[in-house]
Structures are given as C-alpha cells and as structure tokens.
Design a protein around this ligand. Structure first.
Ligand code: FAD
Ligand code: MG
Ligand code: MG
Ligand code: MG
Ligand code: MG
Length: 533
C-alpha cells in the first residue's frame, strides 16, 4: 500500500535524493472555476512552467464577502468583481481562458467535456495533464417546499442585484399605493391596504451566519438612513426579520459577539427569530417552527421579499464525478487527501480546492504500528507523539499540533490499546477546513506552490500537507458596527471597527480598479446616499 512506502521514506528522510530536472514541454494544467479557489490558483501558478487554461462559464471573479453591500447599494458592481482577461498575463506569458461550463470529467482518458451554455448541444473536449477542480458549491434549499420557487439566493452578483431590484420594486409599488390612499384618506377606511403594504415591505432573511447577518444589516442601513430620509411616508411600513435555526446569530463567532449582534439588531429594529426554522414558503407567507419546543404551533408569517442565506449543496458536475470514482461512490462531497489530491484517481493528476471538496486524511489509528515504529525507542506518550508530529503530519494532518491540542490531551505511557484509542480520538477530532473564501484562497496558494516547487521538478521531496491557518472572521452588523473574531482578540463594534473592516477588505481586493471603486462607492454613499435603482 502507498502509505507504507511513504511512511518508510519520511522516517528516513536523510536518504532522500533531490532529482531536479526541467521538463522541456510545459504540461497542461486545466483549472475549473473562476471563484476564490480557481482565480488564486491562476494568480500564483507559474505560467513559464505550465501551460494554464482556465475554464469557467463566468468570465469574472466575484469578491463574495462584499455581496451584501451590493444588495443595499452601498457598493457598486465594480468594487466586487474582476474581469478574468485582466488577470491572464504574467511576465509576458499568458494563460488561456475559455468561457465554457464543464459537464463531465473523463479521468481514465484525461479529458473533460464542456459546453458553451446550458442550452447548447455542442460538446467540446479538452485534454489535461493536471486538473484543478474549483467549481464551488450551490445554495442548499434542503428540499424545503417553496424555497427554490419563492426565495432569493445570494451567491453571485446577479443574485444580489435581483434582491435589490425586487426590494426597490416593492417599495415603488407601495409608494404608489400609499399616495392613492392618502388622496382618498377621508372617505374610506384603509386598514386593509395598510396591511398589504406592510406585508409587501416585510423583508425576511433566512440564516443567521455571516452572510445572512450582513444582508439583514445592510438592508437595515438602507432603510434606516436613505429610505427614512427620502421616503418618510413609507418608512414606518418596512420591517426586517432574520430567522436562524440555532440559538445564536453568528454561531461560529464567540458567544459575546453573538449576544452583541443580537443587541445591535434590536437597536436597528430587526426582528430576530433564533431557534426557529423555516418549514415551508408559499407565494405570500413563510412558515416557521420552533427548534426547541416541539409542541409549539408553527407560525405563518406574511412577507414581501425572502432571502435564503443558508446551506451548501454540491454542483451536478461534482455529484456525477463522485459516482464515477469507485472509492467515492458513497460520499456526498468529493474527498481529497492531505495534499488536496482527489482520492481514488489512479493517475494522481486531479486536485480539488474550495467549497467542492472535503479533506479526508488517512486514519492514523489504522496505522498505529507504523506510527509506533516511527517513534523509535521512545516510550509511547502524548509528548513523544508531539515531538514527531511535524513529520507525521505530512501523512496525518490530524496529528499536527495546529489541529490537535497535545497540552490539553496529555497522556503518560500508553499500552497498544490505549494508544489506539488515543489515535482514534485524534482522528475524530480532525475537521476539514470550513468552506470559506479564506480557506479556498489558502488552498489555492498552497497547491500552486506545490506545482511550482515540487511537481515541476519531479523531486521526491516530502510534500507538506495542507493545513489551514485561521486568520479570524469579520462581519458587518449594521450602523457602522463591525464584529471580529480574531485569533487573539475580539472586536465588538466601536467607532474604529468599521475603519478596520474597510482596511482589511481594501487590502484583500485583487486590483487597484476594485480598490478605487470601493473607496469611490463609500464616498458616494456617504455624500449622496444609496441609489434607488
Ligand atoms: P466559488 O468562489 O463559488 O467559485 C466557483 C466557480 O466555479 C465560479 O466561477 C463558477 O462559475 C464556476 N463553476 C461552477 N460550475 C462550473 C463548471 N461546471 N465548470 C466550470 N466552472 C464552473 N467566505 C469568507 O471567507 N468570508 C466571507 O466574508 C464570505 N462571505 C460570503 C458572502 C456571500 C454572499 C457568499 C455567497 C459567500 C461568502 N463566503 C465568504 C464564502 C466564499 O465565497 C466561498 O467559500 C468561496 O467562494 C469558495 O470558493 P470556490 O472557489 O470553491 O467557489
Ligand atoms: Mg473557484
Ligand atoms: Mg467567488
Ligand atoms: Mg461559494
Ligand atoms: Mg471549489
């Protein structure tokens, strides 16, 4: 088995030879997808070493963290998108871009099939030497009735613009209605129409993670500032609600931050329903049920716009691909090893990064004997294991001290059975990097470095595993308040928090074009307010 061979080689790393040679022919690397993973791989792969082609139906990159600002009009499209053409040239060598959607991966013959658009029957074949899959994921409706039909997703630029258009068109319709009512105010009782207007201006966000929270916060800013200023007559009819199945908003942040966010939402008059989940959506209502009290009657609530910001599902391409790999048929997501290589591909030439994959390392407890061998003559304790963890993590990333807390899990000398149990605990504790832009980007840089520095020279050096580095999470929670959960610190709002947020995003944007638009949009919003179109 492959593991054994690699195991013996890394325990004996002195014997490694460094066979450096330069290929004459540039091998062909095909990247699927122009999102966080695909674009950052493209930016860092050496075009002089590889013949690179990017395949994606979307000829631009979307800076997804800024999409909530697009829903409200705080920022414009140019602040959060990047044309691919402008990223294709490096040091006088160009990569290629094909505006195609990949429909199938035929790994046995090393090619993919593509089509130009969803309606096209024309099949295009593209060969590869290496394939990098970074097609991301889709929104998950969890098969809840009505979600696909009535809810607005927020995945890309077009989705954010659709949300904005719908909100503004509801607003305009209501303004018309209100004007009509005002004219006939003295003659008829208009409570009926009032109800209608209120319902139409009820905006609901489902999902209390960062995306849901930011969308609710941005829309609240739009309502509390611009609409309140310019359309006072309609302001009092607007309401915003956020629904979250768990107990907390921003559940992946700290409890303090979650509480602070809830408090801030109360100030912004956002209705918060935590511990409620949506069970159905119809044309005018959504239904929620308590997640804790099973006996509580479901609630039926009218809405005018409902935004679904919850859950990921895999794309049809990935679902079909999984079915074609015998080792993976039962998986629900594409599994890759610690080097991001797709498991079960005999030719070892397909990698996956970003939201479309999960890292599934080899179980260390199934290789206990080899690990004991590797510890040499030392006693089997958590400390001796820790001493070897750097080497061992090349194969078992779960043993890295970045993934396993050896100090919290101290064990003195263990017998075989105890050690097996200890390793089982370590295996169970491993969590694949969560599906975030931050991780997709780190994976892209890691993998392109492996291509540039290891694969190209075809050396037998041990390839380090991918281990993500958590740099913290940020969320905008409205009214110029930002929360941040950072490795050694947390920020809960405050006058400088929004400036901090702006600086972080400024430096993360890919080009000066985006940075310029980012600054320009914020200035425009400050001076003239958000646009109403
Ligand atoms: P994506 O970025 O989704 O890119 C997928 C690409 O593949 C797209 O270009 C798509 O067109 C293309 N594609 C799809 N199917 C095919 C096919 N068959 N053939 C070829 N190409 C295909 N993460 C954070 O870390 N911080 C945040 O603040 C944050 N905010 C977010 C806000 C929103 C509104 C959203 C939606 C996400 C946010 N995320 C955030 C998550 C982050 O965007 C994702 O984790 C990240 O985009 C994953 O990168 P990816 O490359 O796997 O997929
Ligand atoms: Mg991508
Ligand atoms: Mg993206
Ligand atoms: Mg995504
Ligand atoms: Mg991906």
């Amino acid at each position: 088995m492959g593991v054994f061979r690699t195991m013996s080689s890394f325990c004996d790393s002195n014997k490694l030879k460094n066979v450096n040679y330069i290929n004459k022919k540039r091998e062909k690397v095909v990247i699927l997808g122009s999102g966080w993973g695909g674009i950052h791989f493209l930016l860092n792969i050496d075009f002089q070493k590889y013949d690179v082609t990017l395949v994606s139906p979307r000829n631009y990159f979307t800076f997804t963290p800024l999409l909530p600002c697009l829903c409200s009009g705080t920022l414009n499209v140019d602040s959060c998108s990047e044309r691919i053409d402008s990223l294709l040239k490096k040091n006088n060598v160009s990569g290629k871009y094909l505006k195609l959607e990949c429909t199938d991966i035929v790994y046995k013959d090393k090619y993919i099939t593509c089509k130009e658009d969803t309606n096209s029957n024309n099949e295009i074949k593209i060969n590869y030497d290496y394939l990098i899959i970074s097609v991301g994921a889709q929104t998950n409706s969890f098969n809840i009735k009505g979600v696909d039909k009535y809810a607005f997703y927020i995945k890309d630029i077009i989705d954010a613009l659709k949300i904005r258009t719908k909100f503004i068109s509801n607003l305009e319709a209501c303004l018309k209605e209100i004007k009509k009512n005002n004219m006939s105010e003295k003659c008829i009782n208009n409570t009926m129409n009032d109800e209608l207007v209120k319902n139409m201006l009820h905006v609901v966000v489902v999902g209390g993670g960062p995306t849901g929270v930011e969308v609710a916060a941005e829309l609240a800013d739009f309502v509390n500032k611009d609409i309140k200023n310019k359309y006072k007559q309609v302001y009092k009819y607007i309401s915003i609600t956020i629904v979250e199945g768990g107990n907390n908003l921003l559940p992946t942040f700290t409890q303090n931050i979650s509480n602070f966010t809830k408090e801030n939402f109360k100030k912004l008059k956002i209705n918060v329903y935590t511990n409620y989940h949506v069970t159905e959506i119809d044309e005018n209502h959504f239904y929620i049920k308590s997640s804790i009290n099973k006996n509580e009657e479901p609630k039926k609530i009218p809405y005018g716009l409902i935004i679904w910001a919850s859950g990921l599902a895999q794309t049809p391409l990935i679902n079909n691909f999984i079915k074609k790999i015998p080792e993976q048929v039962n998986n629900r997501i594409l599994n890759v090893n610690q080097h991001l290589k797709v498991i079960g591909i005999p030719t070892n030439d397909i990698y996956a990064i970003g939201d479309c994959k999960k890292i599934e390392p080899i179980k260390s407890h199934e290789h206990m004997d080899e690990i004991i061998n590797c510890l040499g003559d030392s006693k089997v304790t958590s400390d001796t294991l820790k001493n070897k963890s750097d080497e061992l993590s090349n194969i078992f990333p779960q043993l890295s001290n970045k993934k396993w807390d050896y100090n919290k899990n101290k064990k003195t000398e263990m017998n075989q059975k105890e050690f097996e149990e200890y390793l089982m605990m370590v295996d169970q504790n491993y969590k694949s990097p969560p599906p975030t832009a931050q991780n997709a980007k780190q994976e892209a840089f890691y993998l392109s470095n492996i291509f540039n520095n290891h694969l190209y020279y075809k050396n037998n050096n041990i390839i380090p595993p991918f281990i993500e580095k958590w740099k913290g999470s940020l969320a905008y929670i409205g009214n110029h308040q930002v929360v941040a959960h950072l490795p050694f610190y947390e920020i809960k709002g405050g006058p400088l928090s929004f400036t901090f947020w702006k600086i972080i995003y400024m430096q993360m944007l890919l080009t000066w074009k985006s940075r310029f638009n980012f600054i320009f949009s914020f200035l425009r919003t400050k001076i003239y307010g958000r646009p109403f179109y």
